[in-house]
Design a protein around this ligand. Structure first.
Ligand code: NAP
Length: 298
């Protein structure tokens, strides 16, 4: 999304009343988050007196910010970069997904305490199914071993996929593989994200998931897949990047004849999971997707 893409979208802004229930997103920076228009469109569509606001929070001020949200009567909040680990440490209780992933991107403020949840894994799983890329029993290559990869590997391992994590810094991939071997049945290995490893593994892979930021705006010409290596045509390719939607990696995969999907589905479904936790209502996923499409570059 270019810095000006949110201009002229006043129809996505909520009307604020004394009765309005508040949620928001804590990040640093947070100005270009797509979550406010996505959630506000959903509230408006369902006629809910709710509003979702961007909350710029400096990393050192997360504890005060979370206490402040409770004092101000917020129902909850999302946490984005760089706050997901910090939110994990600040809540009273964690869901099993947040505990296994080691990060919380969603806060639910209840009278009995603060609940931390991670909606990225469920969002990724829902998006894979929607893209007709069922993970059960497949061999998946996960490119990258950062925060998003933790949720992706957790989701894949929970679906009995066998997973190979490849990262620029192989030690981090190894640490992630070790941390995610929570199920005796989960088969997870790790290696280096380089041409030789990709060439060796590409004949035996069903799904390639990019969790690195390579290809993201403004460096749209970059890709984690080497230019001179043909993408495996029998594999599917899921790129977590959604800005732009058609990344260089997806172009390479499409050129080889592979099935592709961009990261918009995961963005929408992780938001839908948080929406449903807070409101206890089914999220209007199509409305949320349309709101994201209205603010993102094609
Ligand atoms: P992160 O924690 O910073 O991890 C980044 C990963 O990418 C690390 O493994 C890093 O390798 C690797 N990497 C970074 N630059 C690289 C380069 N030049 N060459 C090779 N590898 C490189 O970031 P994150 O939070 O996981 O987010 C990653 C991406 O996922 C972002 O683009 C984010 O927008 C996207 N995302 C999308 C969704 C969605 O809903 N669609 C949700 C979450 C995240 P090293 O370990 O070697 O540094």
């Amino acid at each position: 999304m270019t810095p000006h893409a949110l201009n002229g979208l006043d129809w996505l802004r909520p009307d604020l009343l004394g009765s309005t229930k508040l949620v928001g997103v804590m990040g640093w920076p947070v100005g270009h988050s797509v979550s406010p228009p996505m959630h506000n469109a959903a509230f408006r569509h369902l006629g809910l007196d709710w509003a979702y606001v961007p909350l710029p929070v400096l990393p050192a001020e997360m504890p005060e910010a979370v206490s402040g949200l409770r004092a101000l009567g917020f129902v909850g909040a999302n946490a984005t970069v760089p706050h997901k680990r910090m939110l994990y440490d600040l809540v009273d209780e964690l869901t099993p997904a947040a505990r296994a992933i080691g990060a919380a991107n969603t806060l639910y403020i209840r009278s009995e305490g603060l609940l931390g949840h991670n909606t990225d894994a469920a969002g990724f799983s829902r998006a894979l199914r929607e893209a007709d890329m069922p993970p059960e029993g497949c061999h998946a290559l996960v490119l990258g071993a950062g925060g998003a990869a933790r949720a992706v590997v957790y989701a894949l391992a929970s679906s009995a996929a066998s997973v190979t994590i490849l990262n620029r810094t192989p030690k981090k991939a190894e640490a992630l593989a070790h941390a995610m071997s929570f199920e005796a049945s989960a088969y997870i290995e790790a290696g280096s994200l380089d041409r030789e490893t990709l060439a060796r593994l590409s004949a035996h892979v069903d799904l390639v998931v990019n969790t690195t930021p390579l290809g993201m705006w403004p460096h749209v010409e970059r890709s984690p897949w080497p230019e001179e290596l043909l993408f495996p045509r029998e594999a599917s390719c899921y790129d977590l990047v959604y800005n732009p939607r058609r990344t260089q990696l997806l172009r390479q995969a499409q050129l080889a004849g592979a099935a592709i999907s961009d990261g918009l589905g995961m963005l929408v479904h992780q938001g839908a999971e948080a929406f449903e936790l807070w409101t206890q209502k089914r999220a209007p996923v199509d409305i949320m997707r349309a709101a994201c499409e209205a603010v993102l570059e094609p």
